[in-house]
Design a binder for this molecule. Structure first.
Ligand SMILES: [Ca+2]
Ligand SMILES: [Ca+2]
Length: 530
């Protein structure tokens, strides 16, 4: 490519996806999880759909996210879609395969990558292959599932029933989650090949950029090893290798809902990335408990073990009580939580509606309620009268329209933080260096890469914290005096210069006279002014 053309490309506002280095795009990026059914209904039937999602792409782009993960969009009898009946066809409620392709094209035009949920572990009990296997003992699909002539009676990984009685004859089949979701048998070569064929279809024909893989620890059962078996790891490795041959920069993120220690066996050569559940819980817990003590250990361990673009923190996903509800409706705490999430390392994910402080608690449909767009009875989600699931009660006050107009809103804080992260290499990919604060309620850390250094200080406590000082155990910066500049709005009063002594340590530095309740600061540490 000529230098002239390179220069031209650099000047184009949106860098075409193909021109980006395969792994570069995750640096400083945020990915947005969307439940299509609840995002925007384009035709008034009360169900969100792909055309509606396409119509709202400018909103998503305006958040500054560079990637979306769509919860299941394949044909399925359930509202959530985690039980497919056809892996090659979009759920008719959501539209057609052509609608999906138009969505992907429109997302790519905005530089937004598209990941879709891929549910490999199980199909629906209404999937034609399972129905065939259930009905006919000589079905070619018998060994695509796991049948047993007698009830093995064994329980699942969390003590649940996993062997379900066939409704047709005296036998049992295996389903780790539910009788409506029979597990596919990945020891059968044809099942592994089919999983690859499905992946190829979505990568090539539908042009997606990758997958979020559901429930990966449960893929292969080996004796009484129902989770994290050697066969599961081997299959993930095989699957990822296959994706590389189809689309070298395809991206995969897996759900391993477990501790950091239990995530680590899924590296280095299986999926690209996994959700960091334990690190995510640490953020919400720290903010809820008003204590910074257990905030950083999981992040530091992950940082030590794996590159930052290979683990993904978040606040909440579609299976969990929404952040604002978990924080007792306290918006100040919700602001702290997202400030921590988007200034800590990793490749963060954001669940739709969290940016406007949507609320919701179990049962599951209440965690996935329609997006609140404006102050109308259906919150602008549908022009029909009835949404598929009732809105949350606060849709008149917590919605995009209201928060858009308020520069101090949670929504605008999200936009600022997402942009800050993408534009500041220290926040995007810098090393996390923990600081100890003189007050346990205060979180303090530095992010630093080769060029830039950022200091984050946040009071998680329920009272103001006066004269808080921060200290580093290790070398943070070359010795000298540094000026601090706030990256998140104006700061009242002067911020004292930071003196870094020999050894590069920060010692008893007090950036502010007092930190108000819920107050946080993100400072750029300027050039050495010595
Ligand atoms: Ca619709
Ligand atoms: Ca399985």
């Amino acid at each position: 490519m000529s230098t002239k053309l390179l220069l031209l490309l650099a000047l184009v506002k949106v860098v075409p996806l193909a021109a980006q280095q395969p792994s570069d795009w995750k640096k400083g990026a945020v990915c947005y999880e969307v439940f299509v059914r609840s995002f925007y209904d384009s035709d008034g039937d009360g169900i969100g759909d792909l055309n509606g999602l396409t119509q709202k792409l400018d909103y998503i782009n305006g958040l500054g996210v560079r990637c979306v993960w769509l919860m299941p969009i394949m044909s399925s009898p359930s509202y959530h879609g985690y039980d497919a009946t056809d892996y090659y066809r979009v759920k008719p409620d959501y539209g057609t395969n052509a609608d999906f392709k138009r969505f992907v094209t429109a997302a790519h035009q905005r530089g937004i990558r598209v990941l879709i949920d891929m549910v490999l572990n199980h199909a629906s009990n209404e999937h034609p292959f399972f129905e065939d296997a259930l009905l006919k003992p000589d079905s070619p699909y018998r060994d695509w599932f796991r049948f047993s002539a007698t009830d093995p009676g064994t329980k699942g990984p969390w003590g649940q029933q996993v062997w379900h009685r066939s409704p047709v004859r005296d036998e049992y089949y295996y389903g780790v989650f539910w009788s409506g979701m029979p597990d596919l048998n990945y020891t059968t070569p044809a099942v592994r090949e089919e999983a690859k064929r499905v992946a190829r279809f979505w990568l090539e024909e539908m042009n997606v950029d990758g997958f979020r893989l559901d429930a990966v620890p449960y893929l292969v059962e080996e004796g009484d090893k129902l989770s994290g078996s050697p066969g599961t790891h081997a299959f993930l490795h095989e699957y990822e290798d296959y994706l590389r041959t189809v689309k070298p920069d395809a991206f995969t993120v897996g759900e391993v809902w477990d501790s950091v220690g239990s995530m680590l066996p899924y590296y280095p050569n299986q999926l690209d990335d996994y959700f960091a559940f334990a690190a995510s819980d640490a953020i919400v817990d720290a903010v809820r408990n008003g204590s910074a003590k257990s905030l950083l250990p999981n992040f530091l361990r992950l940082q030590h073990e794996q590159p930052q673009d290979r683990w993904s923190p978040f606040l909440r996903n579609h299976d969990q009580t929404r952040t604002l509800t978990a924080l007792g409706g306290d918006v100040t705490r919700a602001r702290l939580a997202v400030t921590l999430l988007l200034t800590l390392p990793g490749f963060p994910f954001l669940y739709y509606g969290e940016e406007i402080g949507m609320t919701g608690d179990k049962p599951d449909p209440r965690l996935r309620t329609p997006m609140q767009w404006n102050r109308t009875p259906a919150a602008g989600f549908t022009r029909g009268h009835i949404a598929w699931e009732p809105l949350q009660a606060d849709s008149f006050t917590a919605n995009v329209e209201v928060e858009d107009a308020d520069s101090t809103s949670l929504l605008n804080l999200h936009r600022r933080l997402i942009r800050l992260r993408s534009g500041n290499s220290a926040l995007g990919s810098g090393l996390l260096i923990p600081l100890s604060a003189s007050n346990d309620a205060v979180a303090a850390y530095v992010r630093r890469d080769g060029n830039r250094t950022v200091l984050v200080v946040a009071n998680l406590g329920s009272a103001p914290a006066a004269r808080v000082t921060v200290t580093s155990q290790d070398s943070v910066l070359p010795p000298g005096r540094y000026a601090l500049k706030s990256l998140l709005g104006a700061v009242s009063g002067d911020v004292p210069m930071l003196s870094v002594g020999t050894g590069g340590r920060i010692r008893n530095y007090a950036p502010m006279r007092s930190l108000g309740r819920g107050e946080s600061f993100v400072f750029e540490i300027g050039n050495n002014s010595k």
